[in-house]
Ligand binder design. Structure first.
Ligand code: NAP
Length: 256
């Protein structure tokens, strides 16, 4: 018996990184999973990797842009048609366009806001009608330790703190309908996103990971599985009395 037997979980930006690890974890715990990512063939490849690695898993890949309302509506309808419903939504898709304020363009600002904040809004709005109808749903948003402030990330930081406000507000609005809304705020996790940051900072990936490990109390860097485990708990029925919360999963980095 898995915690997610009979459930359908949708994870955005799940062709790789934290989203992929989360989708794989849901599948291991019994859920049918939909991998939503910008590129349909990358999403389909990721779904195949899950079906191949997790015995009995059902996984589909859907190409969609979370910052586009029509694309989002179509993606949610495909999930419901192809997998027979929707119970869990993880708003994980993300991008960075880092720059100091004086060099940050409007495009840098709009793109980051569009994917993280508008994307979470659009996906949740599309899913909630199914959740409300069935009086059951779990929404999990990805925030970040950068929400607390990070040089060169005015756009990303604002979006990730916005995600926390969205999470609290939707917790209030959707709680009476059997829907829990929570967020996870990762610290440094080794993925392609942070590897790209290393390159931008002109550091080797290895040195960048080690520097981040040295900067937190547990003295290691995070792996995608650390985030997947926290999400799998918060979206489970064991966590049904928790809503509107942001859980920092950062090896203690933000403890000061
Ligand atoms: P990642 O490896 O860069 O993966 C992000 C995925 O999102 C990619 O597959 C990307 O597709 C997809 N994506 C981007 N824009 C999209 C859009 N408009 N619609 C649909 N999919 C889109 O990132 P990650 O490190 O796993 O991060 C996942 C989430 O955790 C993000 O929200 C990130 O901000 C957050 N987070 C990460 C860390 C960390 O240390 N890694 C820390 C804190 C928070 P393409 O490849 O086609 O662009």
């Amino acid at each position: 018996m898995g915690r997610y037997d009979g459930r359908v979980a949708v994870v955005t930006g799940a062709a790789r990184g934290l989203g992929f690890a989360t989708a794989e974890r849901f599948a291991q715990e019994g859920a049918a999973v939909a991998i939503v990512d910008l590129d349909e063939s990358s999403a389909a490849d990721a779904a195949t990797r899950i079906s191949d690695s997790v015995s009995g898993a059902r996984a589909i890949g859907i190409g969609a842009n979370v910052s586009d309302a029509a694309s989002v509506e179509a993606a949610i309808e495909r999930v419901v048609t192809e997998l027979g419903g929707i119970h869990v939504l993880v708003n994980n898709a993300g991008i960075t366009r880092d720059n100091l304020l004086f060099k940050m363009t409007e495009d840098d600002w709009d793109l980051v806001m569009g994917v993280h904040l508008k994307g979470a809004f659009l996906m949740t709005r599309a899913a909630q009608k199914h959740f409300v109808e069935q009086k059951y749903g779990k929404v999990l948003n990805l925030s970040s330790t950068s929400a607390l402030g990070n040089r060169g990330q005015a756009n990303y930081s604002a979006a990730k703190m916005g995600v926390q406000g969205l999470t609290r507000t939707l917790g209030i609005e959707l709680g009476p309908f059997g829907i829990n809304v929570n967020a996870v705020a990762p610290g440094f996790i080794a993925t392609e996103m942070t590897d790209a940051t290393a390159v931008r900072l002109k550091m080797s990936v290895e040195d960048f990971r080690q520097a981040n490990a040295d900067a937190n109390p547990v003295r290691r860097f995070g792996e995608p599985g650390d985030i997947a485990a926290a999400i799998a708990f918060l979206c489970s029925d064991e966590a049904s009395y928790i809503t509107g919360q942001t859980l920092y999963v950062d090896g203690g980095f933000t403890l000061g």
